[in-house]
Ligand binder design. Structure first.
Ligand code: SF4
Length: 317
């Protein structure tokens, strides 16, 4: 059994009763669907930094760029306590090889974006804050994908996040082997069509980096590649870009398919482009021909198999 991918997660989303009011915010998708494929590393910044359950609710106050973490009624400032604990905790986390972080939206400790910040002139809170712990996490590990449970209800954002998590895992597996330029070329080749479905510009820049591999030290090469790889995957894979990739793949079967079969594939790709059927439909058809005609180059393409089918991430239109 390969090791499961480790994902950091806000403990209240797993159903732990750690919220200020003694409750939880158990998330069905995380627990029932994603859970079997990952190993959760749970965290509750407020409880883990020493605050009790139940406790007074907190909020972000002051400078929108660097707000303080303050109790809502009594005004006790817990920023230093949280930052001190988080610094040590994040040091320890470096060795755990976490490939993603799913955090609780709107929380002054755990939120990723648009957390309310109080104290501006108008009296209306600005939706500009980031939870204190999550801000520190993102500053410390800028290449690890982060997402909120609320945004994960959007099927496009959900697919993007999980795809990035699985991609980062594959890249880390590559790093765990002796660093070899040949292995990086293979990795780049296998991810070509996936990268093109996200962002051609990044793909081409990565190609130039790989081509000049001999002129760069291995450490610098792999680090630059990882930065570009994760940046490329943060671009949305639109139906237009994915259809272009699918049409490109179809070119590999031109001589093998009958006129009818080609017409069927063109129609299915077009239906996907027009958002009449989900991506899983043309991908399943292409995978069928890849297997039938044993097209080795395509069978290695991560685009056809970026994450477990059981997650059903490509079943939306
Ligand atoms: S949102 Fe974060 S700090 Fe609040 S209960 Fe959940 S894990 Fe703990």
């Amino acid at each position: 059994m390969p090791e499961r991918i480790k994902i950091l997660v806000s403990a209240c989303l797993l159903g732990e009763n750690v919220r200020y009011d003694g409750g939880h915010k158990r998330d069905l998708f995380l627990n029932e669907t994603l859970g079997p494929f990952v190993e959760w590393i749970r965290i509750c910044p407020e409880v883990d930094c020493g605050l009790p359950v139940p406790r007074e609710a907190m909020r972000l106050v002051g400078d929108p760029d660097r707000p303080r973490l303050v109790t809502s009624r009594t005004g006790i400032d817990h920023t230093e306590r949280m930052e001190c604990w988080a610094k040590t905790w994040l040091d320890a986390l470096s060795s755990l090889d976490v490939c993603g972080y799913i955090c609780k939206k709107d929380s002054p400790s755990s939120g990723m974006e648009r957390v309310k910040v109080y104290g501006g002139g108008s009296g209306v809170p600005a939706r500009t804050g980031v939870g204190v712990f999550t801000r520190m996490f993102m500053e410390r590990f800028p290449r690890i994908p982060v997402e909120e449970e609320g945004r994960l209800t959007d099927p496009v954002l959900r697919e993007m996040f999980i795809e990035r998590v699985f991609c980062l895992r594959r890249f880390r597996d590559l790093l765990a082997r002796p660093l070899s330029r040949g292995a990086l070329v293979d990795f780049h080749t296998d991810h070509k069509l996936l990268l093109l479905s996200h962002d051609r510009r990044h793909y081409e820049e990565m190609g130039r980096l790989v081509a000049a591999a001999k002129t760069v030290s291995a450490g610098s090469l792999f680090s630059k590649y990882e930065a570009l790889f994760m940046a490329a995957l943060s671009h949305k894979a639109t139906p237009k870009k994915c259809s272009d990739v699918l049409s490109h793949m179809m070119g590999y079967f031109r001589k093998m398919l009958s006129t009818d079969e080609k017409q069927e594939m063109i129609e299915v790709i077009d239906q996907y482009r027009r958002r009449l059927v989900p991506l899983v439909v043309p991908v399943t058809l292409i995978r069928h021909y890849v297997r039938k005609y044993d097209v080795v180059y395509l069978s290695r393409q991560v685009f056809l198999n970026p994450h477990p089918v059981e997650l059903m991430l490509r079943n939306h239109v």
